[in-house]
Design a protein around this ligand. Structure first.
Ligand SMILES: C[S@@+](CC[C@H](N)C(=O)[O-])C[C@H]1O[C@@H](n2cnc3c(N)ncnc32)[C@H](O)[C@@H]1O
Length: 226
């Protein structure tokens, strides 16, 4: 039986993600996609080779002085968000489950101060527990299915130090109904889990990408209660 060939990159992503979920390994497809791209960034739908504009905006507006502070970039992709934090003086660790992506970061930024490592958000090193002053979670939770969402959210929350900051950048859905994905936007009840885990919501900015004005997106800043 021949597998139906996808016509577009979006269909290929959906096919890979569906297969991975059927095999009870919903994170397995990311490295396949990075590997299949053979270094062609146009084959990675989320890669823009620039920091996320709403992370950049937060850094410009808040102008954090990163010297002496640690930062963690979750699911770092091709590394642009991590480099933006390093440029602000943070001591940055950036991780991704895909060895191909991490290798790609190291090739792109050979002189970087960022510590790029392969790690799994669902099985984090114990020494990362509440260890980072600034944590950036951009568009990773939404890339993982709802069946593991509360585990993923707990894992993201777990790395923020006392009084540390968590920035979440994500698609948002107003309904609690299960969405079509990937990506699977986050709902209010899912976001509430961060506050239940000891993180206060400090600010919430709603935005739309110019090319996707139909999709609500959020940048939420949380701070861990001391
Ligand atoms: C949609 S991409 C977003 C990448 C990047 N954060 C961005 O905004 O451009 C999701 C990223 O999360 C990574 N990822 C998925 N599951 C992961 C996990 N369990 N642990 C670490 N990284 C994961 C993927 O390899 C991929 O690079």
């Amino acid at each position: 039986m021949f597998e139906k060939q996808p016509e577009t990159l979006q269909q290929r992503v959906k096919q890979l993600a569906t297969q991975a979920i059927q095999q009870s390994n919903p994170t397995a497809w990311f490295d396949v996609l990075y590997s299949e791209s053979h270094g062609d960034v146009t084959q990675i739908p989320w890669a823009k080779l620039t920091p996320h504009p709403y992370l950049q905006d937060w850094l410009t507006t808040h102008n954090p002085q990163g010297e002496g502070h640690s930062a963690l970039v979750i699911g770092c992709g091709l590394g642009d968000d991590a480099e933006a934090l390093a440029n602000k003086g943070f001591q940055v660790t950036a991780f991704d489950i895909s060895p191909t992506a991490v290798n790609w970061c190291q090739q792109r930024f050979p002189d970087s101060s960022v510590n790029y490592v392969v790690a799994d958000l669902l099985a984090l090193p114990s020494q990362w527990h509440q260890a980072f002053d600034l944590v950036v979670e951009s568009r990773n939770i939404q890339a993982l299915p709802l069946s593991i969402r509360s585990t993923v959210i707990a894992s993201v929350a777990s790395v923020v130090t006392a009084q540390g900051t968590l920035l979440v950048i994500t698609r948002f859905r107003e309904t609690e109904l299960v969405p079509e994905g990937p990506p699977w936007p986050l709902s209010n009840s899912e976001l509430t889990q961060f506050t239940e885990l000891g993180l206060d919501e400090v600010s919430r900015v709603l935005f739309y990408e110019p090319e996707r004005v139909d999709i609500q997106q959020l940048r939420i800043e949380y701070q861990r209660q001391s």
